[in-house]
Every structure is written in structure tokens, then in C-alpha cells.
Write a protein that binds this ligand. Sequence first.
Ligand code: HEC
Ligand SMILES: [Cu+2]
Length: 474
Amino acid sequence: MTYFQSIIGRSVLLLFMAFAFSAVSGCQSETLKGEENAILTHAPVVPTPIARNYPTKVIVELETKEVVRRLADGVDYTFWTFGGEVPGKFIRVREGDQVEFHLNNHPDSKMPHNIDLHAVSGPGGGAASSFTAPGKGTVFSFTALNPGLYVYHCATAPVGMHIANGMYGLILVEPKEGLPPVDQEYYVMQSEFYTQGAYGAAGLQPFDMSKALLETPDYVVFNGSVGSTTGDKALTANVGDRIRLYVGNGGPNLVSSFHVIGEIFDLAYQEGGSIANKNVQTTLVPAGGSAMVEFTVDVPGTFIIVDHSIFRAFNKGALAMITVTGDAKPEIYSGLQSESVYLPEGGGIQDIDGDAPAALVAQNKAERMVEGSRIFAANCAACHQADGKGIAGVFPPLAESDFLMADPNRAANVVINGRSGPIEVNGVTYNGVMPGVNLSDEQIANVLTYVMNSFGNEGTEMTPAQVAKVRSQH
Ligand code: HEC
Ligand SMILES: [Cu+2]
């Protein structure tokens, strides 16, 4: 072979290789191969990363259901859902995938529903093609053109009400090249609920349209309920893990100031887009928007996820937890490990000398104990602790408290009007401030009956009439 021939041969080969390479890597549009059924997950679980390096036809089956579920302890709500829970199931596809979307509306539904996916390029984001009556199903297809993390929601009139009742979720369109691997991925979605009763008012709570119009929710929560992701339902990780949170905000009204207490986001893909900002403390998540955040947990302990519009976190429910286990790293953080900071405080309006709202009526001591335990958990445990033992030097104990048990009327006065200045409890002097807790006579009777008959205390029943008398004397 002459030199000339060999040059020609090589260029032809190179040309051929370049052509073949571009076909495989898909510089232009890739061709669909095969078909698969999407595996959808309930929060906080995320479907496993896409292993394919080519686009396929993905079949998504999602069912709308109207269900009664717990919104907070003792509080139920009729949620309208994508898949039976709030938020709706997480959908994960790859850029370039063709999604064949099957929306089915459960036969027991009272309402028609549809779906608007922000990942769709097409009229109504799919809503125009997916209006589905109870017991019916609809199908439409779209190609996931843009990578990113997108909100989906119902868009059936009255739209606000469908969203307020829980109809939203997330769809992740992974970029062609995939996302960098991490150790833990979780799905966290914020939203608000507007109920006729105030925060914590017991029973099945109907939707309150006037509060929704004023944008004054009673509940702001992660993953559909108060405490959905706390205690033994907290997210988990090991020391050294890199965590990616897929964060959504269903609204309907509020913008979230998303923050993890004690962590810094190494990367925050703001608004769920493709560019990450580095070293972020708090990222805004718009209503109907998202964010992806990544961070490494360097030390063990409990990390609290909040909306940093802070009354929402401590008084309306927007508080979740990540429990990190492993060896301490004193070179990064050393200090007392305590579970007692950052506990929810409930919605009883605290002021220094307030009037009280109305509530339920307990018929006997047993009913007072049940209501009282709820009121305690929501309004007192943050300071006096769940076991009533207080915190040494800061919050006096209610468990076996000589101060409490000596004079129930004096205790009622403390709850109604608050107290500050030195106080001796079981021989120990405390000097703090207890704010007056804005509860009704009924609620104070219940909570004091509960504390006087719990935590090793044995005492009498307190009645609303007794509380009313104390209130009138001060
Ligand atoms: C924000 C923290 C906080 C909350 C919430 C709180 N307390 Fe207190 N409480 C205190 C502090 C601090 C004192 C001591 C005040 C002082 O030093 O004068 C105290 C004192 C008391 C006392 C008298 C001392 C004792 O230990 O017996 C009683 C009774 C009491 N609280 C009951 C309650 C009840 C019931 C609730 C819920 C309805 C409640 N507190 C909510 C902080 C709180
Ligand atoms: Cu709907």
C-alpha cells in the first residue's frame, strides 16, 4: 500500500468512526429503543437512578384517589392525591424519553382530575389531554425534552382547591449523561393546608377557602402531614454520606425558604435547573417549583429540615429530620449531643397576657387526659420535654414538681399569664420566662389535668370552671 492509499484509508476510517460515534452519543436526537414501565415511589423514597444510555418509551400509570388521612395527631383531612398519598408519587425518566402517561381516576372519587406536568412541552402541560372523570382513564404522550426536576399538579377547576387538597408531586428528567452518584437520595415536598379549625383542632377538618384566599394556612408541612419525617420516620444517613434531596413545593401559595439546620448545601440546583450554586445556606423554592440540594453529612446527630420562615417550622409543622449515625468527628464539630433543641411548639398563640380561643369539650377525666396529652405535646413539650422532666437549669420539671402539685390554681395562673423571675421547683431555683399560652379554659383544664396525672404525678381533675375563676381573679 502506497503512502497516499494509506492516508485515504485512514481518513475514511476516521470519518466512519466519527459518524458512528455521533450516532451512539446522540449529538443530535437519539432514537428510541424498547419500552418499559416506570416504577413510581412514595415520598421520601426516590426511584433508582436511570442506568440506560439511550432513550426509551416509558409507560407511567398514575391513579388519582380521594382519601382520609392523618394531617396531625388527632387531626384528619380528606386529601385528593396522585397515588394515594401526599405528595404524589415520584416519577423518574431520562432526557429524550417518550412518556406514555396513563391517568386513572379511582371509581370512588367524587371529583374529576387531570395532570399538568411542568416537564411537558405542550398545551396545559398535559392538562388539556388528561381530564378524567371518576372511574375513567386517559392517555397522552410527551417527550421529555428538557432535563430538570419538575412539579406536576392537578389543574381541574377549582384549581386552587385541587392543589390545596394535596394534588402535586415531582417528576425528575435526568440529563442524558446522568446525575453524579450519591449515597442517599430523598424526596421532600412542602405544601400548606387551610383548615376550618385552628392548628391542632381535633377531628376531620374541612378545607377553608377564605383562609386559602388570604394565604393564611394553619399547617405548613413536608410530605403531607405534621411529623411525616420526624422521630423514627426521619430520613437516615451515615457519617460521610453524600445526600441529594429532591425538594418540591406544591404551594398552593407560599414560597419556601428551604434550609437544613447544621448543614451547608455544597450544591444547590436552584429552581430545579441545570446550574448549581455552591455553598448555599437557604434556597428559595417557589410555589410550583423545585430545587435539588446536595451535601455531605460530616458528623453524627439529628439535622432538622425547615422552612426558615420560622413560625411555619415550629408552629405550623414545616419541620423534618435527618438522623445521621456514625463516629463523632470532634475536629469538625464537638459539643453536647442533645435531642432537646428544635422541637415543634404547636400553634397555641403565645403572648404575655392573652385571651383564649374556643375548643372541644371533654365530658370526663379520661377525655381530658386524651385531649390534654395532645395539647401538652403541641404546646408544652418543646420546653418542659416529652417526659415532663424539663431541662436542667433552663426549664423546670412538671414531672413530680412540688410547685405544680402544691397548688393547681397557681399552676393555672402560670399557664394563663406566663411567669418570669426566680422560681423554686423541687429545691432547685430556675429563673426563666414562660410565655402565657393562649389556650381556652377548657384546653388549660385538659392540659393541667394531664400533667397532674402523668409523669409520676397523682393529682386531681382540673375543670374549665376552676380555670375561669383563676382567670377572673388575675
Ligand atoms: C417557651 C417555653 C415554655 C413553654 C412552651 C411552656 N413553659 Fe411552663 N415554664 C417555662 C419556664 C421557663 C418556667 C419557669 C418560669 C420562671 O422561671 O419563673 C415554666 C414554669 C411552669 C410551671 C411552674 C413550675 C413547675 O415546674 O411546676 C408550670 C406548672 C408550667 N410551666 C406549665 C406549663 C404548661 C402546662 C405548658 C403548656 C401549656 C407550659 N408550661 C409551656 C417554660 C415554658
Ligand atoms: Cu384534581
